[in-house]
Design a protein around this ligand. Structure first.
Ligand code: DX5
Ligand code: ZN
Length: 227
């Protein structure tokens, strides 16, 4: 593992899916030009989600060109069969979904055993109860704010109820994990996300379409929890 997961209050994590996929390295450089330290990499299998993105070879190639923290979001039916190749490729954090049928706890522990941070992700229609058994094990909980599969969708604000519930549970039980929102996050709704309790904001389309990525980053960093 090359990176640590920071305690910074708010983190912007650009999603490389929104960059030109034929010039993905330029997309990484665009993110770097904004001064970000983290990058979200969406891995889609065409089975758990309707779309297909890229695999470990691309992640490995980007790893050689970038020192950003790689936040790898596995949207796969069988993440337990693939997490190792993403670790070898240079992932710093691997997030797996709670919905598919596979040994979730075992997979989380196996990822941690390899010295990589772990996250558990939850789709809009999945109740919060599904992730509760894993909260003590993970470094991050990813609350999907769109149906996974595509960038550029509209933010589903009702998902923030789950962010609020998670935050409450975290405080109540004295747990320590980051809360990430992913899907349709932009400068208009980021404040709502942070207010609900999220501190890790994945921005694809909104970030890559911004005319001034540095100003975008600064605006996100200026958001304060509880305001
Ligand atoms: C959606 C992905 C997201 C996506 C976000 O399935 O998990 O990470 O890239 O993109 P935007 O911000 O455009 O919704
Ligand atoms: Zn994602």
């Amino acid at each position: 593992m090359t990176h640590s997961l920071p305690n910074d209050s708010i983190i912007l994590v650009p999603s490389i899916l929104a960059a030109d996929q034929g010039a993905i390295v330029e997309g990484v450089n665009f993110a770097k030009s904004a001064g970000v330290k983290y990058l979200h990499l969406d891995i889609m299998d065409g089975h758990f989600v309707p779309n297909i993105s890229f695999g470990p070879d691309v992640v490995q190639s980007l790893r050689k060109k970038s020192d950003l923290f790689f936040d790898v979001h596995l949207m796969l039916s069988n993440p337990h069969e693939h997490y190792e190749s993403f670790i070898r490729a240079g992932a710093d954090l691997i997030t797996i979904h709670v919905e598919p049928d596979y040994p979730i706890e075992e997979t989380i522990k196996a990822i941690k055993d390899k010295g990589v941070f772990t996250g558990i992700a939850i789709n809009p229609e999945t109740p919060i109860e599904a992730v509760l058994p894993y909260l003590e094990l993970v470094d991050l909980v990813l609350v999907m704010t769109v149906h996974p599969g595509f960038g550029g969708q509209k933010f589903i604000s009702s998902c923030l109820d789950k962010v609020r519930a998670l935050k409450e549970k975290q405080v109540e039980d004295g747990l320590d994990f980051r809360i990430e929102v992913d899907g349709g996050v932009n400068l208009d709704n980021a404040n709502m996300c942070v207010h609900a309790g999220a501190n890790t904001l994945v921005c694809g389309t909104s970030f890559y379409q911004s005319a001034d990525p540095l100003a975008f980053h600064k605006q996100i960093l200026s958001l304060k929890e509880g305001h």
